[in-house]
Design a protein around this ligand. Structure first.
Ligand SMILES: [Fe+2]
Ligand SMILES: [Fe+2]
Length: 504
């Protein structure tokens, strides 16, 4: 039998109030009883006490139970109430039930403890059962919703699930002051995986990707299977540099993870497209940018990460347009409004100076005209990959985090890819790719042509004030590069560079 813990009796007549209290005490000996002599007192008691059942006389001195029940429902929501009255006319019963009373008991029956106990218990039992049913329905509804928003194979969200998360609680939890990254991931040559190893292998591969995603993701991240072999990750409170390094680590881990199906084992790779924006600008169009970057990663050979900023610049430049110094100036002046101050500094005065000094060094090394032309263009373009490095990283005065350092050094590969795609001069891409290389990485077999840019770049950097270091005097620079001859720099290039500096 269900027993209330604390009953509130509202009855305006003292004698009847005492009789009701006595009946309740007899019916429920362990239950606490509070009483009120009018509606106002009933509301005050209900608000102050932990009432879980109300027995209300229909006619109270300052109103009826019909008016009192809605007010009590605000003070004690979901608390069951029974109305009692000496009259059991149809109007009184109907008005009580309509107002929200769970049942009606005639006053003469309410005075009888057994009858009162039975009726109160019946009401509590009925409410308990309906709450149970309600919970069951809620659980079923939740399961149906979860099935509709989840990909059955991987257990990740589907498109509908992503929409729901973005329109629901996640919208509020995304830190509006931070940045949000959208990442599109696509398994490379997935059709071949299915054709060569069967559809079961394809499903296993999808399962491996989703497992790695889950392992590397944070609780706040949104993970989804976006289509056949395509995945979407939304990373709130994540900078461009963090997203880039996260993708690169995931890309490497995936390519090193063997996929075993029956007795066969094979490897897969994936391509990544990344777009990172201030959280206040985040909307579904960001997915298209990430997808555009993914397309570029595929186009450039797959198994790589590509960013929207990089992809956007490549879209802007026509094939072969970066083959002459004049054309490079034209492209950059047209693209100027998309560049930050520090990007402009790196891509204009600094890169021009590196190109000129590199040409001077190449001339002193007696390299032929074609090599000098390639060096001049490579010098002018060597930092072009910085079009994809955000100002917050490029202009940071303090020491860089691992992710920021990785994002800055990406300019070497991005710059080389840009040159390979948009410059018709063979080997320029390779010169850019090596512009941060060290002599002791290569030794004497390092092509002289490739050894020029690193020393020219270092000299021009030291001649300029940077957020992280002050410019140095020419004597200090000469001392630095001579010290590094045979280690960081090619000895021949250092000798030519010192002569070039003396000539200036
Ligand atoms: Fe560089
Ligand atoms: Fe540079």
């Amino acid at each position: 039998m269900k027993v209330p813990k604390h009953i509130l009796i509202a009855e305006d007549e003292k004698f009847q109030r005492l009789k009701l209290r006595k009946a309740c005490t007899t019916a429920f000996p362990t239950t606490r009883i509070s009483t009120a002599s009018n509606s106002l007192e009933a509301i005050q008691t209900a608000s102050a006490e932990n009432i879980d059942f109300c027995l209300l006389d229909f006619n109270l001195g300052d109103g009826t139970a019909k008016d009192l029940i809605p007010k009590l429902s605000i003070a004690i929501p979901d608390c069951p109430m029974i109305v009692t009255s000496a009259s059991d006319t149809q109007d009184v019963v109907i008005e009580s039930i309509r107002a929200g009373s769970a049942d009606f008991i005639k006053k003469s029956d309410a005075f009888k403890p057994q009858k009162l106990a039975n009726q109160v218990s019946d009401v509590l039992e009925r409410i308990w059962l309906s709450q149970q049913e309600r919970r069951k329905l809620d659980r079923r509804l939740q399961k149906i919703r979860s099935t509709a928003s989840t990909d059955p194979l991987t257990g990740l969200l589907n498109r509908r699930g992503v929409d729901e998360r973005l329109n629901g609680a996640d919208r509020r939890t995304i830190d509006r002051r931070a940045q949000t990254a959208a990442i599109c991931i696509d398994i490379d040559h997935f059709k071949q995986v299915n054709d060569r190893h069967g559809h079961k292998a394809g499903d296993v591969a999808l399962g491996i990707v989703s497992r790695l995603l889950r392992r590397r993701a944070l609780n706040r991240d949104i993970l989804a299977r976006w289509g056949g072999e395509e995945f979407l990750v939304i990373k709130p409170s994540t900078t461009y540099a963090e997203a880039l390094l996260w993708c690169e680590r995931l890309r490497r881990e995936l390519s090193d993870t063997p996929i075993s199906v029956d007795d066969e084992s094979f490897f897969i790779t994936a391509s990544f497209g990344i777009c990172c924006v201030p959280s206040t600008e985040f909307n579904a169009s960001i997915f298209d940018r990430a997808d555009r970057a993914l397309y570029r990663a595929k186009e450039l050979g797959r198994n790589r990460c590509s960013t929207w900023a990089f992809s956007n610049f490549l879209d802007f430049v026509k094939p072969g347009e970066l083959s002459s110094l004049q054309a490079i100036e034209d492209v950059l002046s047209r693209y100027e409004k998309s560049l930050s101050d520090t990007q402009q500094e790196h891509l204009a005065p600094h890169s021009r100076a590196v190109g000129e000094l590199a040409d001077h060094i190449a001339k002193l090394l007696t390299l032929d005209d074609e090599a000098r032309q390639r060096i001049k263009v490579a010098g002018r373009l060597h930092d072009i990959g910085k079009v994809a490095v955000p100002e917050s990283v490029l202009a940071k005065p303090r020491s860089l985090t691992a992710a920021e350092y990785y994002a800055v050094m990406r300019h070497v590969r991005d710059g080389s890819d840009i040159a390979a795609e948009r410059c018709d001069l063979p080997e320029v891409a390779s010169l850019i790719e090596q512009h941060h290389d060290r002599f002791d990485q290569h030794g004497v077999r390092w092509l002289q042509e490739a050894s020029v840019l690193p020393v020219a770049d270092a000299i021009c950097t030291m001649q300029t004030d940077r957020p992280y270091q002050q410019r140095r005097t020419n004597d200090e620079i000469v001392e630095e590069i001579v010290t590094e001859a045979g280690m960081q720099f090619s000895p021949a290039a250092v000798i030519a560079a010192v002569r070039a500096m003396d000539a200036c």
